[in-house]
Design a protein around this ligand. Structure first.
Ligand code: ADP
Ligand code: MG
Length: 252
């Protein structure tokens, strides 16, 4: 079943056509990679799916709900869509645990209620969830460390925990291994494979073909704002149109 359907999406910036008639179907519980040379329109596409950019026209439906026409990024998040940023966005002067508790609190009904006598309701439940999630990304032992001192790779893992604690249906990742060493990249691949085992759909924008072919169930290739090839990894590998698109631009 399709969880995300994009059809006929166009986006222009002044005179520049960043997206031309983009169609994309993402099946539930799959890892769907969007690849393409620099400037192909990948980030623009992601921003149109997150309510950050409004396309000129077209349809973006998530789980039967339109993500266009005035819906806010907050509302999109409430529907179960979460995004991991290219540069990790974390609260640097807070502990790792606090960083994961904040999005977790937002997910717990009644977590903000005071009863006048006791502590914030569900606080224990929230911190248990947060600790468990930190354990899953391999950061449980550092839960009381101040986040600003973490390596970039660890900040990404933390950001992943901040997303996962919200139990999203759809996780969007913009170049999750950008700037990482080979060892960190391989760790991230293993982590994403583990995450992929739960009820979750992932859309990954990625330059690194090793990452793409290790993870993707389905690949859409964008070039100059259009989807030029769309299919299973086996059928993408060696497709002359893909090779040409990459040779015409930057090798991924
Ligand atoms: P990718 O992520 O595939 O590298 P982008 O989606 O960032 O590509 O960009 C697609 C095209 O749109 C590029 O030519 C880029 O310069 C242009 N573009 C992206 N965002 C803007 C913007 N906010 N204003 C003007 N042009 C933009
Ligand atoms: Mg980009």
């Amino acid at each position: 079943m399709a969880i995300l359907e994009v059809s006929g999406v166009n986006k222009t910036f002044g005179g520049l056509k960043a997206l031309t008639d983009v169609n994309l179907t993402v099946e539930e519980n799959t890892i769907h990679a969007i690849i393409g040379p620099n400037g192909a329109g990948k980030s623009t596409m992601l921003n149109c799916m997150m309510g950050k950019l409004q396309p000129d026209n077209g349809v973006v439906n998530f789980d039967g709900t339109s993500l266009l026409g005035g819906i806010t990024p907050y509302q999109i998040n409430q529907l179960g869509v979460c995004r991991v940023f290219q540069t990790p966005e974390v609260f640097s002067d807070m502990s790792l645990l606090e960083n994961v508790m904040i999005p977790s609190l937002a997910r717990h009904d009644g977590a903000f209620e005071f009863n006048g006598w006791g502590p914030v309701a569900k606080r224990d439940e929230v911190s248990q969830d947060a600790i468990q999630m930190l354990a899953e990304v391999g950061l449980a032992e550092q839960r009381n460390v101040i986040t600003g001192s973490l390596s970039r790779g660890d900040k990404r893992r933390l950001e992943m925990a901040m997303c996962l604690v919200q139990k999203p249906k759809l996780l969007l990742l913009d170049e999750p291994t950008a700037g990482m060493s080979r060892a960190d990249t391989n760790n991230t691949i293993e982590l994403l494979k583990k995450i992929g085992e739960r009820d979750i759909t992932m859309i990954i924008i990625e330059h690194d073909m090793h990452v793409v072919f290790s993870l993707a169930d389905h690949i859409s290739v964008l070039a100059q704002g259009t989807v030029i090839v769309d299919g299973k990894p086996e059928s993408i590998k060696g497709d002359p149109r893909v090779i040409e698109a990459y040779l015409g631009g930057e090798l991924g």
